[in-house]
Design a protein around this ligand. Structure first.
Ligand SMILES: [Zn+2]
Length: 185
């Protein structure tokens, strides 16, 4: 697999593989009728990027990403964008990052301020933080966090998944190791 990279432009921070970079004609050589291509960030067109180490995927990271997959397969398909899913990963210092499925930015989940590049609101940010704590400490997530409906069961869930999809996503999530077992969905 080709080198993993991150766009150096702070507002972009696209994360991917060197092979995914776009090739654009370098206008500097147009006068000489030479076709010289530059490799640029496919999101912002920036020519400079950093090399990134491979993500560390532990069993708990896999469990967290399995929850993301379940959420993406139901209702409004949270954490899915044009076939891509958000992914969680660990770095060598034991810190958890989430790659946003929409911006492809690698977001530091231990940061208390605004998460630049994270395309979701507070509810899903809280859920990512819960997944982070599972990865770092093993803290299980209560099933009540998945498409919560307790405040108003008649109107469905606060995620807007709709009654049937909310029940289905809870049932699927309840099977996962990251979710507290023995509680009714
Ligand atoms: Zn970029």
């Amino acid at each position: 697999m080709s080198q993993r990279i991150e766009c150096s432009r702070r507002q972009c921070r696209w994360t991917g593989r060197e092979s995914e970079l776009s090739e654009v004609l370098d206008p500097k050589y147009a006068a000489e009728a030479l076709t010289v291509y530059n490799r640029v960030c496919p999101k912002c067109g920036c020519e400079s990027y950093y090399q990134l180490p491979e993500p560390i995927i532990t069993e708990r990271v896999e469990h967290a990403n399995a929850l993301i997959k379940v959420l993406s397969e139901h209702g409004r398909k949270f954490f899915e964008h044009k076939g891509a899913l958000a992914t969680l990963e660990l770095d060598k210092n034991g810190k958890v990052w989430v790659i946003d499925e929409c911006s492809k930015a690698r977001v530091y989940t231990h940061y208390r301020g605004q998460w630049s590049g994270f395309n979701h609101g507070g509810t899903l940010r809280d859920l990512v933080c819960a997944m982070r704590d599972y990865i770092t400490k093993g803290t299980l997530i209560p099933i009540g966090w998945i498409a919560p409906n307790r405040s108003n069961p008649e109107n469905g869930d606060i995620w807007g998944y709709g009654k049937e999809a909310a029940a289905a996503v809870r049932a699927a999530a309840a099977q996962l190791p990251i979710i507290t077992q023995g509680e009714q969905a």
